[in-house]
Design a protein around this ligand. Structure first.
Ligand code: M6R
Length: 620
């Protein structure tokens, strides 16, 4: 949540910062601002709203400075407003900071700083950092030859007082051309390019300049100068130089562009066949599934007697799908729990529990906290994430990447399918280790899994039935998604997708629960979206549809090609190609994504940046 970018070099900083912020806007878009050093002082410009508002205000200003920091905000403390927008400044305006995270002890720090004479201009928790650095800088001995290092020391001293999470970039008028950056529990990446040094919360903001980046670890402090980046860590009373982890980013630059699509969401939905193929590449060796990154031997895998999947949001729904596969194929008990509940529940873990943490961003605060808790309790943690070098990747015992490449739209689509495919592979691996499936069976399932890429392409080739169903439902006040088994898990994801991008209230229920309450919602024209694909419970779902229609529901059914019977139970039928029930979520999810998008567009919503949301939830 919140995006940070900083640049110091030989080029004008303004354009670089605005471009970087536009790329980071998926992290938050309540307000945006930049600070640029100009002729011995710092110019700060902030605007409420999107980065485009800020860019419009900056255009006539012709800021020529070559060192600056910028921020795009997702509000936590203090409503979205110009006063609460970052960068924040110290009393004398000579220190400027941008912050991502939450300073939990800001109230007491603020009170103390006010008592010491500091004046605050915003309601944010972040502003305390500017005043703390100002106070610390005043106490730090002047080393005339290195103002940058003095700022590093002041920031190091200031962050010692912070409780909470932070990624920070700090500038001081006393250290022209220097940016100091540090982090705790919030990502921060630095990169040196021919035109200068960059820092950002995500490499995407600097991809045009460099693909070789340094991923700062918690507690590391980087000093960025136009021709160098030096990294420090606290050592005794002082600071010691250290190396940050070097990572090469190999995404295609197209990830940051819509490449002809009207929005990122549609582009990313269309990338899904590629994601399936890339996620599967190299995973079948002979007749065996190979996931070496799991770092468990076949013998250790055989000892796994319980799987716990922890995740949030869409990633949690991928976990619900995987539960069916892990229990069905590997016959290992599997629980799926939202990370925010798991972390405070004091769950029972043993060394033979395999915890699977699923997170697109790899930086979701609750998922990270749950990983830490599970590891303290001796469980082995396996991460499934989309972001190389992310905290989930670093803090898990083993990690697999979903190969979705950067996902920009706030609503997860391609990363979800990447997660489902990765979890399907994990279920096959566990079944193999437990001897529950023969090699021939595993090869067959893998081959059918690989075929889903082409089947998704077929769904994407003709979306007319989806668009018609969306038109019929677009004016509803509420909708119900139902299914059984695999269909129930898909229903949860379909409802989440619809509500997050179209603001149309949606609920999801296992279809068998209808008579236990939700059926009371149904009245004339109420949309019921049913996952009614070929499955062992198909007939039961049909009964639920009859019950819904008898009460006036407008039924949209996702069904299997060749099923003509469904037409007499539904007002709109969206067909997907035939596939075994275990793999049906990979196909059924795609029309649900397109259905949500079509309704959102019909209701005039911004599908890439829905209100109140941010793509990475780095705070609790
Ligand atoms: O990055 P993560 O997978 O950990 O994120 C979890 C959720 O915040 C995320 O899936 C969210 O629900 C998306 N907006 C869903 O589209």
């Amino acid at each position: 949540m919140c995006g940070i970018v900083g640049y110091t070099g030989s080029a004008p900083a303004c354009g670089i910062l605005v471009e970087g912020l536009a790329r980071l806007e998926y992290r938050g878009y309540d307000s945006a601002g930049i600070a640029i050093q100009q002729g011995g002082a710092t110019e700060v410009v902030c605007r409420r709203g999107r980065v485009a508002e800020l860019a419009g205000s900056l255009a006539p200003m012709e800021l020529g400075g070559t060192c600056g920091i910028g921020h795009t905000r997702w509000a936590t403390h203090g409503r979205p407003s110009e006063a609460n927008a970052h960068p924040h400044t110290s009393c004398d305006g000579r220190i400027c900071i941008v912050h991502n995270g939450i300073i939990e002890n800001f109230a007491e720090l603020r009170e103390r700083l006010i008592a010491e004479g500091h004046a605050f201009a915003s309601d944010t928790d972040s502003e305390v950092v500017a005043h703390l650095v100002e106070a610390r800088l005043a106490q730090t001995p002047v080393a005339a030859d290195d103002a940058g290092l003095r700022l590093v020391q002041a920031v190091a001293d200031a962050v010692c007082e912070l409780v909470g999470s932070y990624a920070l970039a700090v500038m001081s008028d006393d250290a022209p051309g220097a940016i100091v950056a540090t982090r705790k529990d919030s990502p921060l990446i630095a990169g040196l390019a021919p035109d200068g040094a960059y820092v950002a919360s995500d490499a995407i903001a600097m991809l045009d300049a460099t693909r070789d980046v340094q991923v700062l670890a918690d507690g590391q402090i980087a000093l960025l100068m136009p021709e160098r980046i030096t990294c420090y860590e606290a050592a005794g009373d002082g600071l010691a130089e250290v190396e940050a982890a070097a990572v090469h980013i190999d995404w295609d630059m197209d990830v940051a562009e819509k490449t002809g699509y009207p929005d990122f969401m549609l582009k990313e939905i269309h990338e899904q066949p590629r994601v399936i193929r890339d996620t599967l590449a190299g995973r079948l060796v002979g007749n065996s599934i190979s996931i070496d990154e799991l770092t468990l031997s076949a013998q250790e895998l055989n000892l796994v007697d319980r799987v716990c999947i922890i995740a949030c949001g869409t990633s949690y729904h991928a976990g619900l799908i995987a539960k069916n596969l892990i229990e069905g194929w590997a016959r290992i008990p599997c629980e799926v729990e939202v990370a925010s509940e798991f972390r405070y529940r004091n769950p029972i873990m043993t060394p033979t529990t395999l915890v699977v943490a699923v997170s697109q961003s790899g930086e979701t605060a609750d998922t990270l906290a749950a990983i830490r808790d599970a590891r303290v309790k001796d469980a082995r943690v396996f991460g499934i994430t989309n972001v190389v070098g992310s905290p989930v990747a670093r803090e898990s015992d083993g990690v697999v990447y979903t190969k979705a490449n950067k996902e920009i739209a706030v609503a997860s689509t391609k990363s979800f399918l990447g997660q489902v495919v990765s979890l399907t592979l994990l279920a096959l691996l566990l079944a193999q280790a437990k001897g529950e499936l023969t090699s021939a069976h595993i090869r067959q399932l893998y081959s059918e899994l690989a075929d889903t890429a082409e089947l998704v392409e077929r769904i994407l080739a003709d979306t007319s039935a989806i668009d018609e169903a969306a038109q019929a439902c677009k004016d509803a006040a509420s909708a119900l998604f139902i299914g059984r088994g695999m269909g129930a898990a898909c229903a949860h994801e379909g409802a989440l997708k619809l509500k997050e991008i179209s603001y149309l209230h949606a609920e999801s229920y296992p279809a068998g629960e209808m008579k236990h309450g939700p059926i009371a919602l149904i009245e004339e024209g109420f949309p019921v979206i049913a996952i009614a694909t070929a499955s062992p419970t198909y007939d039961k779902v049909l009964s639920n549809l009859q019950e819904s229609r008898a009460r006036g529901a407008l039924v949209v059914a996702i069904a299997t090609e060749g099923d003509e019977e469904i037409r007499s139970h539904a007002d709109h039928v969206i067909y997907i190609p035939p596939v075994r029930d275990a793999l049906s979520p990979i196909l059924a999810s795609v029309p649900l994504q397109l259905f949500a998008r079509a309704i959102a567009l019909a209701r005039g919503c911004d599908v890439d940046q829905p209100r109140n949301l941010a793509k990475s939830v780095t705070v609790e």
